[in-house]
Design a protein around this ligand. Structure first.
Ligand SMILES: [Zn+2]
Length: 362
């Protein structure tokens, strides 16, 4: 089996260098500079790698770094796909590799962008009214405290869970909100910088394709080492049925109540995968998230809240700051060889199936 491990990276700059080196023999790259700098003062870019014929019927789009610290589980497979030569199996498709969808978050190891916008809540029709989960404001003092106190956080979340159950707690936290810009899972008040770039570039790159099949790479939900596929299409829709066939049933929908549990606590509004319809109108799109489990949800969300607190009250480069960032990295990217092998193995499986959807085989 191909050893994919050297394609993985420990920071954004390393992952971008590997991506550009792997792309140099394969195709064109469009790089869009982000308005902010990284923690090392270097420029940040959203990169689009373009491979394959522009008149292909189908396009396959693989996205890394929608949530900053989750980039490594996506950029590793992106580079490995190119360096292993596996990309040649998809020579009949237009393949677009979106590297560091959220460049600021990738470089700063932050889930959100430079305006604290969670991109996976931002692909939303902002002309529509949005009703936040009523539990968000109840939990707000616990999730966004003035003083950091992990014991008080644990107690606050446990109290809410005792009343509403674990799925209720997770849903209240993660559904998204638009009224608390310094808070958690903030959707923004309009399209974010990355959203605007995607809306500008992706239609130009897929002008002649009828079908677009998308995988957005994530980590941090579900049990350690157990990857799973999630989409947001309604049960009974043609996309729902096609996904069941393509993924041999190993796929869940946030719109299917039977699939909701503590690993999939609800249906966030505005995920990138559902945004594809609006980004690429008139095309048949199939968009799915691959999630790789890491640590229990309490640890994942506690770490995100600590990171949010640090960005509001801390100073970059201090020991306290670096310790939180180290934690964020470990929670979303367990740097173990076994985990990297598992990521690659499942990515190969997922890409193969999504390519079939791009070819219109289902
Ligand atoms: Zn994510």
């Amino acid at each position: 089996m191909y050893n994919a491990k050297p394609n993985f990276s420990d920071d954004y700059q390393e992952s971008r260098a590997k991506f550009l080196a792997a792309m140099s023999k394969r195709g064109e790259v469009i790089s869009i500079r982000h308005p902010k700098k990284g923690p090392d003062g270097q420029d940040l870019y959203l990169d689009f790698g373009i491979i394959g014929p522009d008149d292909a019927r189908g396009a396959l789009i693989l996205i890394s770094g929608t949530h900053g610290p989750e980039i490594f589980a996506g950029s590793g497979p992106q580079a490995a796909l190119l360096n292993s030569g596996l990309i040649n199996d998809y020579a009949d498709l237009r393949v677009i590799l979106v590297h560091a969808h959220n460049p600021y978050g990738c470089a700063w190891l932050r889930r959100t962008d430079h305006n604290n916008i969670d991109l996976n809540r931002n692909y939303y029709d902002f002309s529509k009214p949005f009703i936040p989960h009523p539990g968000y404001d109840v939990l707000r003092p616990v999730m966004v405290p003035t003083e950091w106190d992990s014991v008080a956080l644990g107690k606050g979340l446990a109290d809410y869970e005792a009343q509403h159950g674990k799925v209720g707690l997770l849903a209240a936290m993660v559904t998204g909100q638009s009224h608390d810009p310094d808070g958690m899972f903030f959707r923004g008040e309009g399209p974010a910088w990355s959203h605007i770039q995607m809306k500008d570039v992706l239609p130009k790159l897929t002008k002649t394709q009828d079908i677009v099949s998308v995988i957005d790479f994530h980590t941090g939900l579900g049990p350690y080492g157990v990857p799973y596929m999630v989409h947001g299409y309604e049960p009974g829709s043609s996309e729902f049925i096609a996904f069941k066939k393509a993924y041999e049933g190993e796929v869940r929908s946030t719109m299917d109540p039977a699939d909701i549990d503590e690993d999939l606590p609800g249906s966030p509004e505005g995920p990138i995968v559902l945004g594809m319809k609006a980004l690429l109108p008139g095309k048949q799109s199939y968009a799915v998230v691959i999630e790789y489990g890491t640590v229990p949800p309490e640890q994942v969300f506690g770490t995100l809240m600590h990171d949010n607190w640090m960005h509001a009250h801390g100073t970059p480069g201090t020991d306290e700051w670096n310790a939180v960032k180290q934690n964020v990295r470990e929670v979303f990217y367990p740097r173990e060889d076994k985990w990297k092998d598992m990521i690659w193995e499942r990515a190969v499986w997922a890409v193969e199936r999504s390519a079939k959807l791009a070819r219109g085989e289902f």
